[in-house]
Design a protein around this ligand. Structure first.
Ligand SMILES: [Zn+2]
Length: 193
């Protein structure tokens, strides 16, 4: 992540309730007292990519969350609470995203939430990344994302076919209806672009 990207994210983390409420829904996904979740500023392959940031307040000074080292060097109890809050809010956001996926696609994709401080996930960038589905290794996040996009499309088309099967067994399916469902199958992967 570049410095300018981090600066942009810091701006969201610094926003007050009132300022956050003015953000368009294409930017702000959700917020709590302690965290803010925004859509990825530079999304590449799918519409379910979010960043959950700890909000900078008088209780959480900016220099304490400059990076993981500064957080851990801060008051231990407070730092612990920050980490716990991020984990709790990430769980809430994860459930919201899961519901959204089921509504839109009829299946749920495993969810990874990347959080600040950046140093927490930066070491990940130096190690090989593994596809959760087929165990293939990838040297960079863009390569993994590209691969996951294909996995997603396969999953979406499988879900659409299952839906089609359920339709044709539950009622007397006419050829016309089948043709319509096939169109759905073809359209499904494009919706996530
Ligand atoms: Zn895979």
């Amino acid at each position: 992540m570049s410095t300018s990207q981090l600066t942009a994210l810091r701006r969201y983390a610094l926003k007050t309730d009132e300022e956050l409420s003015k953000l368009p829904p294409s930017v702000l996904f959700t917020k709590t007292d302690k965290t803010v979740t925004v859509y990825d500023l530079y999304p590449k392959s799918n519409s379910f990519h979010f960043l959950l940031l700890p909000r900078i307040t008088s209780l959480l000074p900016q220099n304490s969350v400059a990076n993981l080292k500064s957080l851990l060097g801060w008051d231990k109890e407070k730092a612990q609470r920050v980490i716990e809050t991020i984990a709790t809010d990430a769980k809430i956001v994860e459930n919201m995203i899961g519901d959204e996926m089921i509504n839109r696609f009829g299946f749920k994709w495993p969810i990874f939430v990347i959080k600040l401080p950046a140093s927490k996930y930066e070491p990940l960038l130096k190690e090989d990344l593994v596809c959760w589905k087929c165990d293939e290794l990838f040297s960079t996040i863009p390569k993994l994302k590209e691969h996951l996009k294909k996995e997603w499309e396969q999953e979406a088309s499988k879900a659409a076919k299952l839906k089609l099967k359920a339709k044709s067994t539950s009622a007397a399916a006419t050829c016309k209806r089948k043709a319509e469902s096939n169109e759905d199958t073809e359209r499904a992967p494009k919706r996530m672009a």
